[in-house]
Design a protein around this ligand. Structure first.
Ligand code: GUN
Length: 303
């Protein structure tokens, strides 16, 4: 039976450690969060990020822009924040509406304030192993792996998913730590066979309960990055089985959250496994705070 990797506890430990450091520094790190449109999941994430700022005594500046905002208006806001000395981190919550050019908008963020690590300059720095803002979810995954003393050197790591937010950056970080890394995706042939070679398996596909025990070698470490909302009872019953406590939850709330990993199946074979919720999620926010604090420290050094 797998031991659970407790992301909530680690996030609390990181945040508590940072709180005293922030107080001692006398700095007031500032984070600007931009939300365009009304994607309900994004609205929840943004609120969580703002609440985390408040709890740590950071300056938090939230911008809610209408879904039909023009590129010019969004660009003007980003450029203004680039020049605002109270702001050390700028985050454009993704996804943004289709009429806006995501790459162009992310490229406008000053690389030194790009606490998400999505600007091409930071992506490049990560690729060549230079100091940079590491994207928050991948940084959280690595923190969790280190907290549980998972050896990476010479091990086989398989990442399912090739997103710019998780799959690609986490693959680079694992490579930097001397793992032999394979990135799989929707067109990969013999996916389960490849995954079964992994000592460390990172599931970031965005498909509920997709990874079951047939994907997992006995004793592997499995990190579940998925946060999937299932709101159809029939689908839920097929995924979780009629006796699952998740069925009561979906009847009560109208939806249930689950990861990319079939938890009940994989916990029988993995040595370490992250739960959803309470695994990678809380670390993403803790790392955003860390990146913002790091940025504030760097600005203080140069001013
Ligand atoms: N959307 C999903 N994850 C993220 C993230 O880490 N940062 C931003 N900006 N948008 C996201």
């Amino acid at each position: 039976m797998a031991v659970l990797m407790d992301g909530k506890a680690l996030a609390r430990k990181i945040t508590d450690g940072m709180r005293s450091e922030v107080e001692a520094s006398g700095l007031r790190p500032g984070l600007a969060v931009i939300l365009v449109g009304e994607n309900p999941a994004s609205a929840v994430y943004v609120k969580m990020k703002e609440r985390a700022c408040e709890k740590l005594g950071f300056f938090s500046s939230g911008f809610r822009l209408p879904a039909d905002v023009s590129e010019d208006e969004l660009a003007t806001l980003i450029l203004r924040l680039n020049n605002d000395p109270d702001i050390h981190g700028i985050l454009l919550q993704l996804p943004i509406p289709g009429h806006l050019n995501e790459k162009k908008m992310l490229s406008l963020i000053l690389p030194d304030k790009d606490v998400d690590g999505f600007h091409p300059v930071n992506v490049g720095r990560l690729m060549v192993g230079d100091q940079c803002f590491v994207p928050c979810t991948p940084r959280g995954i690595m923190a969790l792996i280190d907290e549980y003393d998972v050896e990476l050197k010479g091990k086989r790591a398989v990442v399912i998913g090739r997103s710019n937010i998780v799959g690609k950056p986490v693959a680079m970080l694992l490579l930097e730590r001397h793992a032999t890394v394979t990135i799989c995706h929707s067109r990969t042939k013999n996916l389960a066979d490849l995954c079964r070679e992994a000592d460390v398996l990172i599931a970031a596909v965005g498909r509920p309960y997709f990874v079951d025990e047939t994907f997992v070698k006995l004793g592997a470490v499995v990190v579940d990055v998925g946060v999937n909302r299932v709101d159809n009872e029939e689908t839920a019953e097929k995924l979780f089985g009629s006796a699952s406590p998740k069925m009561a939850k979906i009847r009560e709330k109208g939806y249930v959250l689950c990861g990319d990993v079939n938890f009940e199946s994989v916990e029988k074979v993995a040595s370490l496994l992250t739960p959803v919720p309470g695994g990678v999620g809380p670390l993403t926010i803790a790392m955003l705070m860390k990146n913002t604090f790091d940025s504030a420290k760097r600005f203080a050094e140069i001013s």
